[in-house]
Write a protein that binds this ligand. Structure first.
Ligand SMILES: Nc1ncnc2c1ncn2[C@@H]1O[C@H](COP(=O)(O)OP(=O)(O)OP(=O)(O)O)[C@@H](O)[C@H]1O
Ligand SMILES: [Mg+2]
Length: 447
């Protein structure tokens, strides 16, 4: 009975009862290595909401064609005829396509398209029904990092998806980047590889270093690199909620636990995790204790990474930094010459860069943070614009102000402009702060 020839097959519109049969057809195509481009969930959704026709024999579904309209172009999201149907499979396929086309004709479509895997055997059915094979097309897809149901959760914790290029945008800092890549990104992005080497994917890391060295930038870059949502937790904002900081923190972490993936970031973590002292203990004591508890629960979950950042790592509670809480305690320091060169290149416009003696800027910016360099570059640009506007503005016929100089087309900015801006840029990190940082690396860093 089940192998009855398809000659007796009957082609008609889809009924809910056919769903099992369509699922079986989809799975069969998949098992034969002809996995349909549209997922089973999409096909099922289209059966209900769009247009579907089936070929049945008795209660067996021998073939199906499912279509969906997108503006003027229709898409066949599923088309499969069971080859067991025998020689008649050809005719059944053609009838299915005919019927689907007639159903969808009413929508005023200009075109009906199908995407097939290389292995699909339905090309001949389709070409006999007037479908033309288009060459030189490639199909690309990208799984989106967050599903819709997660978006609501993300919103409640203020999380967001960061753009993909942030990692690339971190200029220089190759040592730090390599360290983060090896210790964090790879084990998290490729858990199966980490497992083969017996490496445990990290759950929590501490970044420490002077202000403006790029801790926040790196935390975001890691999230962007992993393609995981970035959730920044702001203790100062949580403290304002009526339930109080400790309980608001717990609530936030409970929501985060429901996400599939997340990079959770707590900046200036010393505010809620500094050394316990005093008798009676300070009011933040309860919060520090709560955070310690949350951290150990957080560590049990996969697909999540907590990044904390601090300028004052030495003031942190010793229990907080202990092994088993943070996998790594990583210093993010002042950029070396190579990094400064890369950072200058990031902040000097491309057409200006060629005419700049970058070595001079690299030397003159020793001891400056990326943030200081960014500031100096912007300042040079502002000054240059201001003085260009002061230098004989000419009003054109259209009333627009153009800037002309004697030696036009002169470079917009020169090395001297940047050096001048550097002279009025104060280093954020003092010599003594730099010494403290080096001491902290010795005493507390864990790479
Ligand atoms: N490697 C880098 N390349 C280019 N720009 C950078 C780099 N690192 C940092 N910056 C820029 O410097 C500024 C400060 O960086 P960031 O906020 O990450 O520093 P931070 O260490 O978090 O500082 P703080 O301790 O004050 O929070 C940002 O505007 C950032 O874009
Ligand atoms: Mg920061």
């Amino acid at each position: 009975m089940t192998n009855a020839p398809a000659g007796h097959a009957h082609v008609r519109d889809f009924h809910d009862d056919d769903l099992d049969g369509i699922v079986r057809l989809w799975e069969r195509a998949h098992d034969l290595g002809m996995t349909p481009v549209y997922s089973l969930a999409e096909v099922v959704a289209s059966c209900h909401a769009d247009h579907a026709v089936v070929a049945v024999h008795g209660d067996r579904v021998l073939g199906a064609a499912v279509g969906r309209a997108a503006h003027a172009q229709g898409w066949i999201v599923f088309f499969h005829v069971d080859a067991d149907g025998g020689a008649d499979a050809e005719r059944v396929g053609s009838q299915l396509l005919d019927r689907l086309e007639r159903r969808m004709a009413a929508l005023g479509l200009a075109k009906l398209s199908v995407l097939l895997t290389d292995a699909a055997d339905s090309v001949s059915h389709l070409s006999e029904n007037g479908f033309e094979l288009r060459h030189q097309l490639r199909y690309l897809e990208r799984p989106l990092p967050v599903q819709r149901r997660e978006l609501d959760l993300l919103k409640t914790v203020g999380g967001r998806i960061l753009p993909r290029h942030l990692w690339r945008n971190v200029a220089g800092m190759t040592k730090e980047k390599q360290l983060l890549e090896e210790r964090l990104v790879t084990p998290l992005a490729r858990p199966e590889l980490a497992e083969r080497f017996g490496v445990l994917p990290p759950r929590a890391v501490m970044l420490f270093g002077p202000p403006g060295t790029g801790k926040t930038t790196f935390a975001k870059a890691v999230a962007s690199r992993l393609d995981w949502p970035f959730v920044e937790v702001f203790p100062s904002r949580l403290a304002e909620t009526s339930s109080g900081l400790a309980s608001a923190l717990r609530q936030t972490f409970e929501t985060i636990a429901e996400l599939e993936h997340a990079v959770v970031f707590i900046d200036e973590v010393e505010e809620i995790a500094s050394r316990r002292r005093g008798d009676p203990p300070s009011p933040t004591q309860g919060v520090t204790n709560e955070l310690l508890k949350l951290l150990s629960e957080f560590r049990d979950l996969e697909g999540r990474l907590l990044i904390c950042a601090t300028n004052f790592v030495r003031t942190l509670d010793a229990a907080f930094l202990r092994h088993g809480r943070f996998d790594y305690v990583l210093p993010i320091g002042l950029p070396d010459a190579e990094a400064r060169a890369a950072i200058w290149a990031r902040y000097i416009p491309a057409d200006v860069l060629a005419g700049i003696e970058r070595d001079l800027l690299v030397d003159a910016s020793e001891g400056l943070t990326p943030a200081d360099i960014e500031y100096a570059a912007r300042r040079a640009a502002q000054e240059a614009l201001a003085s260009a506007l002061r230098a004989v503005p000419v009003t054109t016929a259209t009333g627009a102000i153009t800037v002309t100089g004697d030696d036009a087309p002169a470079a917009l900015m020169t090395t001297a402009d940047y050096l001048r801006a550097l002279r009025s840029t104060r280093a954020t990190v003092s010599k003594s702060a730099e010494r403290d940082f080096l001491e902290d690396i010795d005493a507390l860093a864990r790479l």
